[in-house]
Design a protein around this ligand. Structure first.
Ligand SMILES: [Zn+2]
Length: 413
């Protein structure tokens, strides 16, 4: 089989999709279920139909475009990503996996390939948490990681519920129907830009993801006693910020001493009340984000934090409340899929790097119900989620070709 990627077409499609945006070019803003998002979806659907794919849209807007195989009842081989974009983002995040996936299918069609298993492009709804505060909304529902009841409770900053927003967007089906049956996918492989600098630094063409790290996030409230910064003696204080500072350093220390570079922990928000130069902080709110590729190691950091909360609270006489918001498990990629990808790289002489995905993607949730893997292409300086995000046509072409080869391998047996 002689596979050829129509690179000019993919690049022009990436440009065309970037025009559906609520930001000035080159920035892209495309928030789920806005008019702009709906126009982009319609454009995408038409592209899939032009390729002869059977398109269905589920109740939350996940879009499936299927090339029906010679055994239509067999589990499908899936590929895809997302087309929503955070405010002021670039044009490659997610989009490369969707349009690259579509081109991989078209390349196989042009080469005269006939899949046994259907090959299906999946465009996930709301990978970005911008509107409803939860990332990977579509894939969480598909995999049962988020219940329809909990999804219905989600609201945006204007008070619109997910249910209202999706119905207004024309997706009126029952959210109970979104979940995919176990065994729906034989394999799922997501092409994505790396969003980090490693491939570029090491001069490798492609990254083969072997594991996907997962975050746990917490909100921590510390309540002490406020007072005048001059009048209250040090021995009399219950300073909420000093207590929070101990906890923040405890989180850092726990991550640093985990024994693995894969453990990372971040306090990204810290609000101090009342926030005056001459007032002892009485309340502090901060967030904690802990990520790892190993669940035990990650959860050890959470236990260290909980113990530090207990001790600091007792010693400093402040109230500490740590609320766990989510704790998704990391995922290992399927060796059979990673093997198909590395075979394809070798066949075409493309260098590759086995790697960890430190950001999480829809594939993390699909891994709960299917064997998954991810294929990364380099992005300049590791920049992502910003207007100057860039992946070269050459790398997009390589990624799309390797994806097409792997889809062929996975769908014929
Ligand atoms: Zn993405």
């Amino acid at each position: 089989m002689n596979l050829a990627i129509d690179l000019e077409r993919v690049i022009s499609e990436i440009d065309a999709l970037s025009a559906f945006s609520d930001a000035e070019p080159p920035a892209v803003t495309r928030i789920v279920f806005t008019l702009t998002d709906l126009k982009a979806r319609a454009w995408m659907k038409a592209r899939c139909e032009q390729a002869g794919l059977a398109v269905r849209v589920d109740a939350v807007g996940n879009t499936f475009a299927r090339w029906i195989g010679s055994d239509p009842a067999a589990p499908v081989v899936g590929t895809g990503s997302h087309i929503d974009a955070i405010p002021n983002a670039g044009k490659y995040d997610g989009v490369v996996g969707v349009l690259g996936g579509l081109e991989a299918i078209r390349a196989l069609q042009r080469a005269g390939f006939r899949p046994k298993h259907s090959i299906e492009l999946l465009v996930f709804t709301s990978e970005e948490p911008t509107r409803f505060g939860v990332g990977c909304l579509g894939s969480r529902l598909l995999s049962g990681s988020l219940s329809p009841e909990d999804a219905e409770k989600l609201t945006d900053s204007q008070g619109a519920s997910l249910d209202q927003a999706r119905r207004q967007a024309g997706m009126t089906g029952d959210l109970d129907q979104v979940r995919l049956l176990n065994g729906y996918h034989k394999a799922f492989v997501e092409l994505h830009i790396e969003q980090g600098p490693l491939l570029e630094q090491q001069g490798k063409s492609l990254g083969l993801v072997e594991r996907i790290a997962a975050p746990a996030s917490l909100r921590v409230h510390v309540e002490g006693t406020g007072g005048h910064a001059g009048a209250v003696l040090m021995s009399q204080r219950q300073d909420a910020l000093c207590a929070a500072a101990e906890l923040i350093l405890a989180v850092e220390q726990a991550a640093r001493s985990s024994g693995s570079v894969d453990t990372v922990a971040t306090v990204g928000i810290c609000d101090v009340f009342p926030g005056a130069v001459n007032s002892i902080p009485s309340k502090v709110y901060f967030t904690v984000d802990v990520r790892d590729t190993d669940l035990q190691r990650r959860d050890r950091v959470l236990r260290v934090l909980n113990e530090a909360c207990r001790q600091t609270s007792a010693r400093r006489q402040v109230a500490v409340q740590a609320e766990l918001l989510n704790a998704d498990a990391p995922a290992d990629c399927a060796t059979a899929i990673v093997g198909a990808l590395s075979q394809a790289c070798k066949k075409h002489g493309f260098s590759f790097l086995p790697m960890t995905s430190r950001a999480y993607h829809d594939s993390l949730f699909i891994s709960r119900i299917a064997p998954v893997a991810m294929l990364f292409i380099p992005c300049r300086n590791g920049y992502s989620h910003r207007p100057d995000e860039y992946a070269s046509p050459e790398d997009i072409g390589k990624g799309t070709l390797v994806l097409a080869e792997a889809l062929a391998t996975l769908s014929c047996a």
